[in-house]
Design a protein around this ligand. Structure first.
Ligand code: UD1
Ligand code: MG
Length: 436
């Protein structure tokens, strides 16, 4: 494969400094090294403790609800089996990433850590596109799990599989983007192509429930949108995928935001299923229950595979996730939002991404100059990042809350993401019965 002449590789060579394979990017005390076996093997550091702590914080509300909320026996059993398979997926991801990293490096799929430019760690070749492993493990778990869900019928299977096909298609197109380094206008179109399987198969409702305070104005409680609803689904997919991709460039941020949102989605599903448990009477109630189950069965493996990736992607990153991951993760979240019929809630979970997108629009639409990377500047002496004038949330946080290390910046941004999820749950509680 003559990829050395490809745009991405050419650019990396132009941007890059000398390769020093023996340099160690590790600066945490409790990280475990996997020593390189040969000169071309990457230096991999595992940040297991930090990641398990983050997992415990994010998953605690979900597990608490799972233990306290009353659910049907069959559903509980399915969730438990899915959880066990997901834990297997975590270990598989952790095991496969060092292997995949070696092969990706050999094919010149690497990047330089921009937020370490000027330091030794900034000269290392960091393997790129490791979202590939996460995506493959996620898909394998989600596919193998299908015959295990204990339901009386299999009506959910076509949509479940169409959803998986979209995620798989997006993973592939994300990897294509990493290899070919596509221009922005093409990047924007890719998710709408990947969404086609779901748009074609979707047989669910295309009506929306009008909020109670507005029903008088519209004159009805249910509004049939027809093809406009499908257009909305397509736009949601384009937004979710691209918005994760542009809130990026800080070690651990891409995977961290996906993790926080996925855990919030898990909590939301159990909350809704618990509430509806007593009212499952009509076929529509059963479908709604199944939609939430379906969402849990996709989110558990996603969380597990993300944790496996974060072990290597947390600061200081030994691997980059690539557009392969950002597109895949955005698509997985959009698919559960659409099929679970809670896209409005999902958009509130996505509040930091919405803010980042809106703030970025002058640069995205080229009204203001947009460089290839809109990242902060790094001071090798103090190891602190300073916000640039580029219009995104990463720089806004640095300008507002002051200079800080890359890890602190990532934690601050993830805390903001978690805060938005909490706000969403509070809004649900406050507006219950009044809004819808
Ligand atoms: C998007 C952003 C760009 C940002 C980039 C970072 C827009 C319009 N584009 O571009 O501003 O710089 O994501 O991913 O907002 N990298 C790091 N540290 C990390 C992760 C990535 O330095 O923690 C660098 C590496 O050099 C890596 C490269 O970013 O090779 C990957 O960039 P890519 O995903 O191709 O950028 P875009 O998605 O096009
Ligand atoms: Mg990207």
């Amino acid at each position: 494969m003559a990829r050395n002449v490809g745009g991405a590789q050419k650019r990396r060579k132009e941007e890059g400094a000398d390769y020093k394979p023996s340099a160690d990017p590790k600066d945490g005390k409790d990280t475990k090294d996997i020593k390189p076996k040969s000169d071309d093997a990457p230096v991999m550091t595992r940040k297991t403790k930090q990641v398990l702590l983050l997992a415990a914080l994010c998953l605690a509300p979900y597990f608490y609800q799972l233990l306290t909320v009353e659910l049907q026996e069959g559903v509980k059993r399915s969730i438990f089996i899915n959880l066990l398979m997901s834990i297997g997926g975590y270990f598989l991801t952790v095991r496969l990433i060092p292997v995949a990293s070696k092969y990706l490096l050999r094919k010149n799929m690497f990047g330089y850590d921009i937020n370490k430019k000027g330091s030794e760690a900034g000269t290392l070749k960091v393997p790129e596109s490791l979202g590939l492993v996460t995506g493959i493990v996620f898909l394998a778990v989600a596919i193998v799990f299908q015959p295990i869900f204990f339901t009386p019928d299999h009506a959910w299977l076509p949509e479940y599989n169409a959803g998986l096909m979209c995620i798989c298609f997006m993973l592939f197109l994300g990897f294509v983007d990493d290899v070919l380094d596509l221009p922005w206008r093409v990047k924007l179109v890719l998710p709408s192509i990947a969404a086609l399987p779901l748009l074609m198969v979707y047989a669910g409702h295309t009506t929306i429930l009008i909020p109670k305070p507005m029903q008088g104005l519209v004159g009805t409680s249910l509004l049939e949108l027809g093809w406009i609803y499908k257009l909305y689904m397509g736009l949601l997919v384009v937004f979710c995928t691209n918005s994760v991709n542009i809130l990026a460039g800080v070690n651990g941020l891409e995977v961290g935001q996906t993790l926080v949102i996925a855990c919030a989605v898990l909590s939301f599903n159990v909350m809704r299923m618990g509430k509806q448990y007593l009212y499952v009477e009509t076929p529509e109630d059963i479908l709604r229950q199944e939609a939430h189950c379906f969402s849990i069965f996709l989110m558990q493996p996603l969380v597990a595979a993300c944790l496996g990736l974060l072990v290597y992607n947390w600061y200081p990153s030994s691997v980059f996730v690539g557009d392969t991951f950002t597109y895949f993760a955005g698509m997985a979240l959009a698919v559960v939002g659409i099929l679970g019929h809670f896209s409005e809630t999902l958009l509130v979970f996505f509040l930091p991404q919405v803010i980042n997108f809106l703030y970025s629009t002058p640069q995205l639409f080229k009204i203001v100059y947009c460089p290839r990377h809109r990242l902060p500047s790094f001071d090798p002496k103090t190891k602190l990042l300073t916000g640039s004038n580029d219009m995104n949330l990463v720089n806004l946080f640095l300008r507002t809350f002051g200079r800080c290390t890359e890890q602190t910046l990532c934690i601050r941004l993830l805390l903001f993401q978690a805060l938005c999820c909490v706000i969403c749950f509070v809004l649900h509680k406050l507006l219950e019965g009044w809004y819808k």
